[in-house]
Design a protein around this ligand. Structure first.
Ligand code: NAD
Ligand code: UFG
Length: 337
């Protein structure tokens, strides 16, 4: 039976992936410092799977923790979710992001090398493309991130491309996520941001449950059909399944892949509001304000390579994304607290 180290495994995408790994009969060790997640997630994972992941509370930058972990558990692969992801904060505090996301990743890779764990899946992001002048991003679209968070993701990608050249035995998948939303169908696991949500779906959910009075729609003068921003939202369960597909694909003959994980079908802010209203039966009050700095009008994945190479494609549409987000929010009005 395989054992996989999941860094950031108590976080939003990590927790959903851990459930799928455990359900697939894979042992899981989670390493998370809980800087953006709650330990209560573990109990939910156990409820959903009747299995227990091993949990190590610690930091990917802490070499001693990593050494102990790799001594204690014999890991076959690493799925590396741990990272900070707030674009605005990355601009205000770049060193924090370079330290956590880049130095932390280097420390993790060095310790993997020491113990010959050479299979890795890395959480990259569509943000590595920056503002390339096209709206449909394929994996060969030029990479030019426009914020520090995106730079950290591209730097780690570059580090892994160099690592692969120097250590051909490494098997690496770089997965570029578009906009993950939704929650586990049970309503027991979902996104639980600390403080005010930066992202659209958790903000809408909190308006629907009454935690916040209204949504601010950032701009309605974009060159899009209804004037609001278009994004490629992808259900977190589809995204998690993409990791299992990547894990299955990697092997001596398929040892380095870079794949977009998106649906290829973008939705506008107003379309998401409408779908959420339908799913929840609630009205979402909103006010249109000016555009948010750094936002693009529109982008979405070309998901065809993922289908060809991994045999993976997203299955769940926007109505299901909203229904599952709402079920999670309704059952857990204060998140995991
Ligand atoms: P999240 O914040 O819910 O999960 C990240 C987890 O990593 C958290 O549990 C946090 O406590 C942990 N962590 C952070 N720094 C750590 C460190 N130094 N040591 C140990 N643990 C640490 O975020 P998420 O949405 O689940 O994202 C997971 C990954 O996917 C991140 O790398 C993120 O950058 C990437 N990503 C996310 C999105 C998105 O919109 N959610 C989009 C593209 C890429
Ligand atoms: N939006 C609003 N009001 C809000 C929040 C968002 O109108 O309160 C709009 C944005 O302007 C955008 C859309 O909703 O048009 C989606 O915004 P999100 O903040 O949910 O997502 P982004 O596309 O801006 O960014 C997300 C992640 C980044 C990641 C990027 C990758 O937050 O970390 O996707 O594609 F880099």
């Amino acid at each position: 039976m395989k054992t996989i180290l999941v860094t950031g495994g108590t976080g939003y995408i990590g927790s959903h992936t851990v459930v799928q790994l455990l359900n697939a009969g894979i042992n899981v060790v989670i390493l998370d410092n809980l800087c953006n997640s709650n330990k209560a997630v573990i109990q939910r994972i156990e409820n959903l799977t009747n299995k227990s992941p091993y949990f190590v509370e610690g930091d990917i930058r802490d070499r001693t923790t990593l050494r102990h972990l790799f001594e204690q558990y014999s890991c076959d692969a690493v799925i590396h979710f741990a990272g900070l992801k707030a674009v605005g904060e990355s601009e205000e505090n770049p060193l924090k992001y370079f330290d956590n996301n880049v130095s932390g990743s280097v420390t993790l890779f060095e310790e993997m090398l020491r113990v010959n764990v050479n299979t890795l899946i890395f959480s990259s992001s569509a943000t590595v493309y920056g503002n390339p002048g096209v709206v449909c991003y394929s994996e060969s679209t030029p990479l030019q991130p426009i914020n520090v968070y995106g730079q950290t993701k591209l730097m780690v990608e570059d580090i892994l491309r160099s690592l692969k050249k120097s250590k051909p035995d490494f098997q690496i998948a770089l997965l570029r996520y578009f906009n993950p939303v939704g929650a586990h169908e049970s309503g027991q696991m979902g996104e639980d941001p600390f403080g005010t949500p930066n992202n659209l779906m958790p903000f809408i959910s909190q308006v629907a449950i009454g935690t916040r009075p209204q949504l601010m729609v950032y701009g309605n003068n974009y060159p899009t059909p209804d004037g609001t921003g278009l994004r490629d939202y992808i259900h977190v369960e589809d995204l998690a399944a993409g990791h299992l597909a990547a894990l299955n694909h990697l092997g001596p003959d398929n040892s380095f892949i870079t794949v977009n994980l998106g649906t290829g079908r973008p939705y506008s802010v107003l379309e998401v509001i409408k779908s959420f209203e339908k799913a929840s039966g609630k009205t979402i009050p909103y006010e249109v304000v000016g555009p948010r700095s750094g936002d693009l009008a529109e982008y979405y994945a070309d998901p065809s390579f993922a289908k060809t190479v991994l045999g993976w494609e997203a299955k769940l549409g926007i109505d299901r994304m909203c229904a599952d987000s709402w079920r999670w929010q309704k059952n857990n009005p204060k998140g995991y607290l």
